[in-house]
Design a protein around this ligand. Sequence first.
Ligand code: BG6
Ligand code: MG
Length: 217
Amino acid sequence: MLKYEGMIFDLDGVLTDTARFHYMAWKRLCDEMGMRFDQTLNERLKGIGRMDSLNIILSENKSDLTDEEKLILTERKNRYYQEMISRITPDDLMPGAFELIQKLKELGVKKAVASASRNAATVLKRLGIIDRFDYIVDASAIKNGKPDPEIFLNASQNLWIPPERCIGVEDSEAGIEAIKRAGMYAIGIGAPAVLCKADLVLKDLTDTDRIISLLLR
Ligand code: BG6
Ligand code: MG
């Protein structure tokens, strides 16, 4: 008997380490623009959409630009990011991710991806796992970004599973808040100090037995 029937994964930093590519692409752009950007600021951008991320960087640098200039910069950052993800292979899956997806399938647990990234489908294809999910949220159709629960609620609706029967998995503070506001069980991947609102924090997905035991009554 399953306690949770659906598992909704963030992508960047959960299924693969693309969080580091987002960091490197923003860092390159900021260095070129003479703007300050470091790991602490980057932590606040995890889970946050492209334009909102630029707005946070600009505000931290006490800088302002026109909408047109902002668009040019976000497109430039995206080109740097796309260069990096073009080299992704199935070897770039996070440790434990493939095994967990397999076990969920055997148990009949539905799986979705709820990523704010408009590059999510490309990354999932390159990882070779796009067909293993029952539903992938289209980030461009989501009006309110994380920490708003909309993206996780959209995923559970499309899996046809009520939120309280779903587990969300996230590496960002904003994402954990979104999962909790959606009324789901939250697994954080990363540092317990950052993900303190999660119900459980793990360093990666390798402890599949622990995750599976949560799903069972
Ligand atoms: C999230 C990342 O998954 O996607 C953020 O954590 C990123 O860092 C966001 O800004 C949007 O990604 P993209 O690929 O649409 O720029
Ligand atoms: Mg993430």
